[in-house]
Design a protein around this ligand. Structure first.
Ligand code: URA
Length: 491
């Protein structure tokens, strides 16, 4: 009898090295005793060096599955897996024989691992460590997977949270990411991870926002989010109150039916006197505006968004940029253009010689409009009615900042600024006069540039975008020195 001791349960490399040597030496499964370090061994184990007698190649699919299944906690896995690979050497089509007991066993084990992975991807919650003042912010999470899947799960988190330092602790092992190489270390304990932090509020706000009461199926929800994970989930404490208020929220959704709104419909078009009342407090400053905007219920978009996102920047900015509406990231952070479109915008501004800190940046619509799709929130364009209703806020911002030049980023911004639907192409390349003498430079939205698949076209469009921004800069500087560019007036 051969005895194989595995030092690290769930370590595929260790198991594979042993299994390869055994296969190459033609040692049949019934002659191998697999044990984990610490378990008592056999006194009669054969310790002679294995002599390779053949070369071993296994079907790639089987290797991929074995890599996962070795993480299963069932103690019989190393030996049963060896039996499967032993048989697969003789029978290359073994995996196709679904009713074979070994193949059926393999599929069940694999399913359990994949399910556990899915849960881990969904339910890991990071807590912030320290205040992030020194060095990059770091985060830590505690998770108790059913199986030893940390090695399989960690690359998902590396991809998703590439830019931050984090560690995930489980009872078996820990994964650590500092931006270079994923490292693994010994298991941890729950008390190494703080109980709560500021990020918690963001999770709860986000969960509250994506919670769709009309789609609640409690049994399915419990199956998807089993109670054993709830203690790690900041949002879990909100589940009961959200469920309790679900019926009333469904009723409210029925009344407002925002995600069903036909983008071409006039349903929400502003009609005099039809709006929610303007805020009671007088808006004399951008701070007043930010406060008042928090309570905005002028259109149904507020029911689903996390928060209204006000503009940001210098109150005396000479140039104002107007985008469409906050995206997913902006909705959570409460700041305009802080997501991927914002990154591109910042780069283009720098290329045009503009410093964002000197500008005022806002959106035509202040609440994020989206369609829930699984766990994701898919951006939806605001319709003209929503843009027109939100124009009231944009007008307040314009009156407070009184910029010399406004750059409209995309069609919704153009609508929000002019009250008319016009094509960007027809407005581009020259400055237009808005009421009050402000000049308007119309250009595309940065998201448009992000979506272009053709590299040459994307590069050309980006150059045109930068040159529109540079035109706004030149215009603002010209106005400053009194050399006005008359442009073409907007009716
Ligand atoms: N797109 C916008 O139009 N505005 C934002 O703030 C972010 C993305």
């Amino acid at each position: 009898m051969r005895e194989i001791t595995l030092n690290t349960p769930g370590d595929f490399t260790e198991w594979r090295t042993a299994a390869r040597a055994l296969l190459a030496a033609s040692v049949p499964p019934q002659e191998v005793l697999w044990r984990h370090a610490g378990e008592s061994g056999s006194l009669f184990a054969d310790s002679a060096v294995l002599q390779p007698q053949r070369t071993v190649t296994l079907p790639r699919e089987l290797v991929t599955i074995a890599d996962r299944v070795i993480c299963h906690r069932d103690a019989s896995v190393p030996s049963r897996l060896y039996r499967v690979v032993w048989r697969a050497l003789e029978d290359r089509r073994l995996l196709e024989r679904r009713t074979d007991p070994d193949v059926d066993w393999l599929a069940r084990m694999d399913k359990a691992i994949r399910r556990d992975l899915h849960k881990m991807h969904a339910f890991v919650r990071f807590r912030r460590l320290g205040d992030g003042q020194q060095g990059p912010e770091s985060f830590v999470a505690w998770f108790e997977p059913e199986h030893r899947i940390l090695r399989l799960a960690a690359p998902f988190f590396r991809k998703r949270f590439y830019g931050m330092d984090w560690a995930i602790l489980t009872p078996d092992a820990r994964a650590i990411w500092h931006g270079e190489e994923l490292a693994f270390g010994p298991g941890g304990t729950r008390d190494e991870v703080p109980d709560s932090d500021v990020v918690e509020d963001q999770w709860r706000t986000y969960y509250g926002a994506i919670f769709n009461p009309a789609r609640v199926k409690i049994a399915a929800m419990r199956a998807e989010m089993p109670k054993k994970y709830w203690h790690n989930l900041p949002e879990a404490q909100d589940i009961a109150p959200l469920l309790a208020s679900a019926e009333a929220r469904v009723e409210r959704m029925r009344e407002t039916a925002v995600s069903l709104a036909n983008p071409r419909s006039d349903k929400w078009r502003a009609r005099p006197g039809e709006h929610a009342a303007e805020p009671d407090t007088e808006i004399g400053s951008l701070d007043d505006l930010t406060r008042a905007l928090k309570g905005c219920t002028r259109c149904p978009l507020h029911c689903h968004a996390t928060q209204a996102v006000p503009g940001e920047g210098r109150a005396e900015a000479r140039i104002m940029l107007v985008g469409e509406q906050p995206g997913d990231r902006e909705d959570l952070e409460g700041r305009p253009f802080c997501g991927p479109a914002g990154q591109l915008l910042d780069e283009a501004l720098a290329e045009a010689g503009l410093d964002r800190a000197t500008l005022y940046v806002t959106n035509a619509v202040k609440h994020f409009k989206f369609e829930p799709r699984g766990k994701r929130r898919l951006h939806q364009n605001p319709n003209t009615g929503e843009i027109d209703i939100c124009r009231w806020w944009l007008d307040q911002e314009r009156a407070l900042v009184r910029p010399d030049v406004i750059v409209s980023l995309g069609g919704s911004a153009l609508r929000g600024l002019t009250g008319k639907t016009a094509s960007i192409a027809s407005m581009r390349g020259q400055a237009h006069a808005l009421e009050g003498g402000t000049r308007l430079v119309a250009t595309v939205h940065p998201s448009f540039l992000l979506r272009l698949p053709d590299r040459d076209r994307a590069a050309a469009e980006r150059r045109a975008f930068v040159s529109d921004l540079a035109r706004a800069k030149a215009l603002a500087e010209g106005l400053l020195t009194g050399t006005r560019n008359p442009g073409a007036d907007l009716a």
